[in-house]
Design a protein around this ligand. Sequence first.
Ligand SMILES: [Zn+2]
Length: 392
Amino acid sequence: MHTKPLSEMTKRDVKNIVVYISDSFRYDHIPSFLAEKGLLGKAIAPSTFTASSIPSIFSGLYPKSHRIWGFDSGLKGNSVFTHINNAGYGTSDIFSWPVKAVEAGDGPVALSELDQSKPFLYVMHHMGGHSPYGDTVPPDWQSMEDYFRSFSAQEHRERYAKAITHTVSRFEELIDDLDDAGILDETLVIFTSDHGELLGERGGIWGHGNVITPELVEVPMLFIGPGIPRERQYERLLSGIDIAPTIMSLLKGNVPREMEGVDLWEEVPLERRKVRADLWNQTKYDLIDYAATSLWDDGGGYVQRIGSLSEHTLFTFGAHWYKYDHSHLSRSVSPFKLFRLYRSVAKKRLKYGSPSFSVNTVHSTAPGKFEKKEDENVEPDHDRLRQLGYLQ
Ligand SMILES: [Zn+2]
């Protein structure tokens, strides 16, 4: 019989949960010394864009359900932060805007500021493998486009590896902080990411948030805590939407019914479980939006574009030549790259790997047209977004 990722026995010993989200961290980049610290599973990110994926992690809902597709709207009333009193959102080189996106309170707090005598939830969202990669940026750096032009593809990959080393060290410091506070042995620590990163694959695409591919949806989900086995791989597929039900199950004793993920203390994810990732990349020009859903199991998946053929073509080639918000799709254009790009992102439906289900399953579970949440007035941190290449 297949076991639950987290056992009930472990649950008895655990009081607190710490979630470390290392942004843009690809599954295939997790170092073995880190994986060996606990139980490692492969998860599918709910979206390939931070603004949609982070709300999914803290609400247990797919983007289609929470309807947050950009930094101009946020969760209200249905995130783990609204249910749990003793919760903190970590400081130190994190992004500040997801705090607003999930309405986690007045701003970043240090772990030591939490009342550690009570069970707590603590989240740190680290820069991780987000561009600009590495530990320094060029001195004349103005925009993400400048940054991407400043280095060769190989240099970018090396810088990404450096960024991964840095974010892993930051995670180890957090573990040390818990140990120094004497609470490591009563804390479940989860290491994961909001999405992966394309490093020039699929016709020369860099970054994330523009398309859905395996490099962008596959992320690590590592569990470290008392009673949790070390050096162990969890075989069933996990999803970013499993984190919220798992938090609620421990800290509140029940999981809100609307949550779409799995309570990892109580449930065994299905064999050949199918999980979704959705993306709606909106530009100021309606016809070059990218909207797609995708369905994955442990063998692979399908990406299904939503919209007409003309929209797909316009997106692919328009995005390539026209710098719309959050561009840096490609470093240089060649006919071969354009062909690869068409094959990778413009086709209406794409198959990756060997999923155990047929493409008709995607049709039957496809969410249909996306809708945008209009009732919020979250004020994004424009300077920060511009710096990260999301605005021009
Ligand atoms: Zn992100």
